[in-house]
Design a protein around this ligand. Structure first.
Ligand SMILES: [Zn+2]
Length: 263
């Protein structure tokens, strides 16, 4: 998958198709075995669903896909995931189960994303690493099915989405083709304003460090500094350059983010 699609999906809260499929099949299994277990489809499922090991099932069967989904999500098909809700209406139980699955899927997806850019790697070695290092705090929101905070705010969402997902020409590291349409490796996407000094024109450089473009961020930094002081949060200068970049690109200050994670 091209990085920009991966970034758009992560920011807008749309999990990859394979994870959505696991969720739907696990919900289907829950419905057949725990909610509507006395219906005809459930009886047929019980009759034909032999307790075979996963590798003895044919990969073209629905049974295989259901069992594989449960396996991927670490769900024991024989255990009721909501024993404390047994007396509640079926609709409530289905909704509660769906929410449990969302948390599981969010955790799996977050691990997938964070593994693309381990913390010990420099954040400027590729576009994916840069995105994940800047978005790290947003990706830790509990429910990744919800869009990132800035997409649920009054901010200029489309502009921020474009800057964060890297299809722009404003930030030199977003440009993967040179004028002659040849590919430029990430670590050679230098800031044109700083030449002949060769420095990658990534987000922190362009917004915070570049003597030519960073003055454009100063009014925003000033109002953010005031806002952090007003809400009694850590000062602007106590944040790392990556956190400052993330805040300029619409992320909430880390402390505020954790406070509002349940929102
Ligand atoms: Zn520069």
């Amino acid at each position: 998958m091209a990085p920009e699609f991966l970034f758009v999906l992560a920011d807008t809260g749309v999990p990859p198709l394979n994870l959505i499929q696991y969720t739907l099949l696990a919900q289907f299994h829950f419905r057949l075995t725990k909610i509507h277990s006395d219906t005809l489809p459930a009886t047929l499922f019980k009759t034909f669903n032999k307790p075979l090991a996963l590798n003895n099932l044919h990969p073209s069967t629905l049974d295989y896909h259901i069992r594989n989904s449960l396996h991927q999500l670490h769900i024991d098909p024989l255990v009721d995931p909501l024993p404390h809700m047994i007396t509640l209406p079926q609709k409530c139980r289905e909704r509660a189960y769906r929410n449990i699955l969302r948390t599981t899927i969010s955790t799996l997806w977050r691990m997938e994303l964070l593994n693309l850019a381990p913390l010990h790697l420099p954040h400027n070695n590729c576009r994916k690493a840069s995105y994940i290092h800047i978005d790290r705090d947003d990706l830790h929101r509990r429910d990744l099915f919800k869009p990132a905070q800035y997409l649920r705010s009054h901010l200029d969402q489309l502009l921020l989405l474009r800057l964060r997902t890297q299809p722009t020409s404003y930030i030199p590291s977003h440009l993967h083709l040179a004028n002659d349409h040849t590919y430029i490796p990430y670590d050679q996407r230098n800031c044109p304003s700083c030449l002949p000094i060769q420095i990658v024109g990534n987000e922190p450089h362009t917004l915070l460090h570049c003597p030519h473009s960073s003055p454009l961020s100063h009014p925003d930094i000033l109002s953010l500094t005031r806002a952090l002081r007003r809400y009694d949060l850590c000062s602007w200068s106590s944040h790392t350059p990556l956190q400052q970049t993330a805040i300029l690109l619409g992320s909430r200050a880390p402390k505020l983010l954790h406070k509002h994670d349940k929102a």
